[in-house]
Write a protein that binds this ligand. Structure first.
Ligand SMILES: *Cc1c(COP(=O)(O)O)cnc(C)c1O
Length: 390
């Protein structure tokens, strides 16, 4: 049995395009998960993840599973039944964290933020004041459902001042923009390989600091998930190399290759490329009279949310982009379903030539749907010239 898969240009909010180099890494021979050669690769991946996370945390590793597995692991290990937990709900992924924490028996206090807006420092302070027994504050740094970049610069001192841990979802940030776990004081952070890191979905990079680790040692009961038990997994990563579960070998090869590519280009250069390509996309969209839904000061470079123009059939446009142009973008989620398109500027997708291809395809698709738009390409080319090569 064989199956054919087309080459699509993945410009949705993940998975993002995977380079030939990463694909080739996945095709290498499968080693055993206790093979010294493989363990050396795991060590290198841990070191590479420390670099992108901006941390010296020894417990920094890829969770076996997609980004949601990292989310679940973060909650199942650090939340106990009855714990008071503050969750910022500014989009679908904040809501997912609140849901997951409730299922663990936490008393969840949600900070409700309308789609497209940020949570202010005053809102956080207010929530902390109303919940003096808070044990954990969970927030999404880059909300993929809305395209909002949540500022977190002064959050850690506030949260730590109340004796709580700060857990940050960095799924759509890691590799695409600065995360800086140590400098920002995050206690726990998790991400995903298929957003800005340039590997396929399947692993969730995670990092855990010392304060969080101590919390784990104080737990009253065993972690209710056998598979996601952080202490047990740390035995495999640490000295004893004890078998816990079989490492997803080929995925770890992929992540190794993706991290290598980032190191070669330079982490800061990679961030700058995401930013430059995102700004070019914004210029192109605006010159086509398409409206970006998030104001510039907290607009996420890695996901653009665009208002679907009046009278345009959302699904039909996306289907035409996919079938006639081999380009994937996504529709809106939650409150923005049917109202927004989401365009990913992530990993290998963050290239000027890909944005050019999308803008040309989008304009001709809208024209074919009877909606003419001015060309955004002149302005885009101008930005491209100023910014240099992607
Ligand atoms: C994609 C995403 C997740 C979930 O990751 P999966 O890989 O789909 O399980 C969680 N949080 C954010 C912000 C995301 O963008």
């Amino acid at each position: 049995m064989s199956f054919a898969v087309p080459e699509r240009l993945l410009l949705g909010p993940g998975p993002s395009p995977v380079s030939d180099r990463v694909r080739a890494a996945m095709a290498r021979p499968v080693l055993g998960h206790l093979d010294p050669q493989f363990l050396a690769i795991v060590d290198a991946v841990q070191e590479g993840l420390r670099e992108v996370f901006g941390t010296t945390n020894s417990l920094t590793f890829p969770v076996s599973g997609t980004g949601s597995a990292g989310m679940e692991m973060s909650l199942v290990n650090f939340v106990e039944p009855g714990d008071s937990v503050i969750v910022v709900e500014q989009g679908v992924f904040g809501q997912r964290m609140a849901d997951a924490a409730k299922r663990l028996g936490a008393r969840v206090h949600a900070i409700q933020v309308p789609f497209g807006e940020i949570c202010t420092r005053a809102q956080l302070e207010d929530a902390l004041d109303r919940n003096p027994d808070v044990r954990l504050v969970a927030v999404v740094k880059a909300e993929t459902s809305t395209g909002v970049l949540q500022p977190l610069d002064d959050w850690a001192p506030l949260v730590h001042g109340r004796g709580a841990l700060l857990l940050v979802d960095t799924v759509t940030a890691l590799g695409g923009l600065p995360v800086e776990v140590d400098r920002m004081g995050f206690d726990i952070a998790f991400a995903g390989t298929q957003k800005c890191l340039g590997a396929p979905p399947g692993l969730s990079p995670m990092t855990v600091g010392n304060t969080a680790w101590r919390r784990l040692e104080e737990r009253r009961d065993p972690v209710p998930s056998w598979y996601l038990d952080l202490k047990a997994i740390s035995q495999y990563l640490g000295g004893s190399r004890a078998y816990h579960h079989t490492a997803p070998i080929s995925m770890i090869y992929a992540l190794h290759a993706a991290l290598d590519a980032i190191r070669e280009e330079g982490l800061e250069q990679v961030w700058a490329r995401h930013r430059r390509v995102a700004e070019s996309l914004w210029v192109g969209l605006e010159a086509m009279d398409l409206q970006l839904l998030v104001p510039r000061p907290y607009r996420l470079p890695t996901v653009a949310t665009v208002a679907i123009p009046e009278g345009v059939d959302d699904r039909r446009v996306r289907r035409r982009l996919l079938e006639e142009h081999q380009i994937e973008i996504a529709g809106g989620l939650g409150a923005w379903a049917g109202k927004a398109w989401r365009i990913g500027v992530m990993g290998e997708g963050a290239r000027i030539e890909h944005m050019m291809r999308l803008l040309v395809a989008l304009r001709s698709t809208l024209a074919a749907e009877g909606v003419t738009r001015p060309s955004g390409l002149a302005a885009l080319e101008d930005t491209y010239q100023k910014g240099g090569q992607s």
